[in-house]
Design a protein around this ligand. Sequence first.
Ligand SMILES: *Cc1c(COP(=O)(O)O)cnc(C)c1O
Length: 473
Amino acid sequence: MEDGSVRDLFRRAADHAARFRETISDRRQGPEVSYHGSLDAFREAVPEEGTAGADVIDTLAAKAEPGLHVMTGPRFFGWVIGGSHPVGVAADWLTSAWGQNAANHYASPAAAAAETVAAGWLLELLELPRTCSVGFVTGATVANFVCLAAARGEVLRRVGWDAEARGLFGAPPPTVLIGDDAHATVFSALQFLGLGNDRVIRLKTDALGRIGVSEFEEQTAKISGPSIVILQAGQINTGAFDDFAALIPVARRIGAWVHVDGAFGLWARACPPKRVLAAAADEADSWATDGHKWLQTPYDCGYAIIRDEEAHRRAMTIAASYLPPSHEGERDPSHFVPELSRRARGFATWAMIRHLGRKGIAAMVERHCRVAGRMAARLSLEDGIAVLNEIVLNQFMVRFGAGRPDEEADRLTQKTVERLQADGVCFAGGASWRGRKVMRVSVISWLTDDSAADTAADAIIAAWRAVSEPAGS
Ligand SMILES: *Cc1c(COP(=O)(O)O)cnc(C)c1O
């Protein structure tokens, strides 16, 4: 590249990015074109000749933007999606520009050091044992995988089986207990690990999706041999928490490894008024959580946190003669994750914690929970709208046509969600809960405040009215 062109190129990308972010609140809260529209924009033959970098970046922005979902906007309530905070994004740009392979401390001292420090901060903020090891992964899906890999190895090691070396062929079969309303990705992790996504004991859950304590006691009484218990902090639809204080001691009686999927809910522990929800979660053996949800880091970022560092390392070992050994006091990022080469995720995590601080994180979590309650209260005042769950955290479900026959309410709920998405003032998606259609609302963007929530609630009510009282009727 010619002199100066790197700076021009980076400035250009920064200008596109800033323009996108600056207009985010005023944009339609949804993509302007569908997947097929985007495909038409991108599809062309393999270019024979190269193109100047600046043109490539301008063209990329022009082609991509109509097909982008405004996930970073203040009125985005779909799935459970953090706001990709500008400070995290800027740190992530530097991460890319520095081009560090973060595998080990020798290759990139700064990448390894930022992870070490950020890992310590995470343990403090989440109030987990300070001696836990932390793997910086792509998200809670892989964090669940890493934690359950360590669980699998350790429960089998205790009965004399080396799963890392011998695999599962001929191994004593571990029993896996999991709540009926666990997240789909936990079942995927079990599938990747050869434990089977269906070869589990599924425990019945209550109206909020929490494992029933007495059923858990009954089930565990029947178990002998290696076992893994999977609990949840923050159910994807209700935000509810399993009763860790009651369940973990029962799991301990049978010597089970206890894993907690806390993709977003574990952050209740970083917020003093909400901490009680996840009380005793620190008694578990491993925890999966996300950076790209409540901590607002850009994608992708999650953390696999494990009490037993040796079990963590054994499960993720990569040994090769050309890789430097690590010594006492040095930490290699790759010892705690499945990948060898990967981006230096510690920088964005470090930047977000530094930016928000302990108080900022606590205040944000508290605000989101309060805003969720405010939105739900406003919606509940409207005839025909029902909020289905007690709001313990930041998640709630809404049903439209409440009081009408189930099938009709299903249809009205679906239609209202479609109408809301077409209106584009805010975004929320549909789901099924207990066999019935619902709309899910997740309040988790750093930009969402009372006023954004009020605008969104009004838009939801307007969509419902348009569906329930069609013009002319
Ligand atoms: C989001 C989520 C996951 C999956 O996390 P990813 O970051 O999408 O990989 C797992 N469990 C729960 C409870 C979640 O909310």
